[in-house]
Write a protein that binds this ligand. Structure first.
Ligand code: FRU
Length: 496
């Protein structure tokens, strides 16, 4: 069991993590120091910098007993690794320190609230999940002697102690603490529970905040609940979703519900629901409030259904975080924008206006794998709309990925089937976008192994990981019919 000790993990990651060359990682998306990464955890601003912890297994590029990796940043774009914060080394978390969140205590210490998992009745037993606390100084954390702080005895009747996880904590306005935790009924449908605490250590059940009526998958993982632009917003990552038109897709999905918190009943009343991301690789997002009042979200840029296929057996890391995104509500919908700090790292703008696109065109200076592209596409003549616009990227003679838009169907598609994958996993996804007479605005961010597409000023976002070697740098355009494009490309962080 020495492997599960924090000392061992810290020594291992510092030895092995340093062997990964910087150019084998994305430029500004966080990857694990070494090994496996899933959900963002403990995303917070503490003692003058941003902290991001993550679900972490240092010893392999596959999921295994969970540790918490740790990184800090001043701008949410340049990350510095700190030593792992938690290892599964206590009896109540011997199978893993699962997802959780962070807040600051009045005495200046940082409190981590996470799910401790242990096998009930030995290795082959069921996962018993409880909520646990660790307290630290931003570097070293000690697990609370009275852990767990919430267990089966705190659950309302009929809820399973085997799926009770992912606490998201925040400060109440009266100075106390509140958290929302995922759980499920015996019929496998998810519920979200609210718990309160005066000191962050002793917790009690308050209410069922929200409940899965069968529309959104089964178990609900990784909830987040926060006020935004006069509304209350609930994020959840349901398992086993069924598709609903173009709004959700099968498997592990994400749902944003916008509505109002009923203070009397301590229940959330939803008014609108939508997917958070419409691409392929996005799950388990977590938000924080920046010191200047922005609600910023970061998600795991992967999907459980596709993550077995790294495509690179020799790669020593697996899993990336998305770009941090600023959230807002407009016209009752969730909008996302890349954090504004990214604009500080733009350089070498290359700009073209009114480019007529029909047969395949490449434009001098428009290429690269760590770039930002701002594209506005429209029909050349309103009376002769184009049928399809295509952008190929991460392209060389053998590989490419595609973004394509069909205005008559209002569908934007991402397709990475020719990106070098040798597996039959999900390669395409389509998103129904607003129809503005064939005009569309795409803000595309490439960072070596990923693409994030902010559609129509962030009304929708599509995210996908890309396997293709970063040497495939070409970008080209084509249309079925005649389209006109304005494009600006920026290099990011002086690359490309
Ligand atoms: C979501 C999740 C969480 C859990 C963690 C385990 O991706 O399944 O519910 O806490 O991952 O690594």
């Amino acid at each position: 069991m020495i492997k599960n000790s924090l000392i061992f993990a810290r020594a291992y990651e510092s030895e092995e993590g340093g062997k990964i060359p910087a150019d084998a990682r994305p430029l500004f998306h966080l990857t694990p120091r070494i090994g496996w990464m899933n959900d963002p955890n403990g995303f917070s601003f503490y003692q003058g910098q941003y902290h991001l912890f993550y679900q972490y297994y240092p010893y392999d590029t596959e999921w295994n007993s969970m540790h918490w990796g740790h990184a800090v940043s001043h701008d949410l774009l340049h990350w510095t690794y700190l030593p792992a914060a938690l290892a599964p080394d206590a009896p109540y978390d011997s199978f893993g320190c699962f997802s959780g969140s962070a807040t600051e205590l009045p005495d200046g210490r940082q409190l981590l609230l996470y799910t401790g998992v242990r096998k009930e009745g030995g290795d082959r037993g069921k996962d018993l999940q409880t909520q646990c606390v660790a307290v630290g100084d931003g570097l070293d954390y000690s697990k609370y002697a009275k852990n767990p702080v919430l267990d089966a005895g705190d659950l309302p009747e009929g809820l399973s102690p085997y799926d009770f996880r992912d606490p998201k904590i925040w400060r109440r306005t009266d100075g106390g603490y509140r958290c929302v935790v995922g759980a499920r009924r015996m019929n496998r449908r998810g519920v979200l529970l609210l718990f309160d605490s005066e000191d962050g250590f002793r917790w009690h059940f308050v209410s069922i905040l929200a409940e899965n009526d069968g529309r959104f998958g089964l178990m609900w993982e990784c909830p987040d609940f926060f006020p935004l632009d006069g509304k209350d917003v609930l994020f959840v990552s349901p398992q086993d979703m069924l598709p609903e038109g173009f709004e959700y897709h099968n498997g592990n999905g994400t749902v944003c519900q916008i509505g109002a918190f009923d203070e009397e009943e301590k229940r959330f009343i939803p008014e609108h629901h939508q997917a958070i991301d419409y691409g392929i690789d996005f799950y388990a997002p977590q938000t924080l409030l920046t010191p200047d009042g922005r609600r910023v979200m970061i998600g795991w840029m992967q999907n459980w259904d596709t993550c077995k296929n790294t495509g690179y057996e020799d790669r020593k890391w697996f899993g990336q975080m998305t770009l941090p995104r600023e959230l807002s509500i407009r016209n009752g919908r969730l909008y996302q924008q890349p954090i504004r700090e990214l604009a500080l790292y733009r350089s070498r703008a290359v700009e073209y206006r009114n480019v007529s696109v029909r047969d395949c065109v490449s434009l001098s200076g428009i290429e690269g794998r760590s770039v930002e592209l701002d594209l506005r596409i429209r029909p050349e003549k309103a009376e002769a709309p184009y049928l399809k616009f295509i952008m190929r990227f991460a392209q060389d003679d053998q590989y490419h990925s595609i973004l394509s838009y069909r205005p008559h169907e209002s569908l934007l598609k991402i397709d990475r089937k020719f990106s070098g994958s040798r597996r039959a996993y999900i390669h395409q996804r389509r998103c129904q976008v607003a129809n503005h007479n064939g005009e569309i605005h795409l803000h595309v961010i490439l960072d070596r192994f990923s693409v994030e597409v902010f559609i129509n000023d962030g009304e929708q976002v599509m995210t996908a990981t890309i396997l293709t070697d970063p040497s495939a740098r070409r970008i080209s355009f084509e249309a079925d019919g005649r389209a006109v494009m304005d494009i600006t490309k920026y290099s990011l962080f002086s690359e490309d």
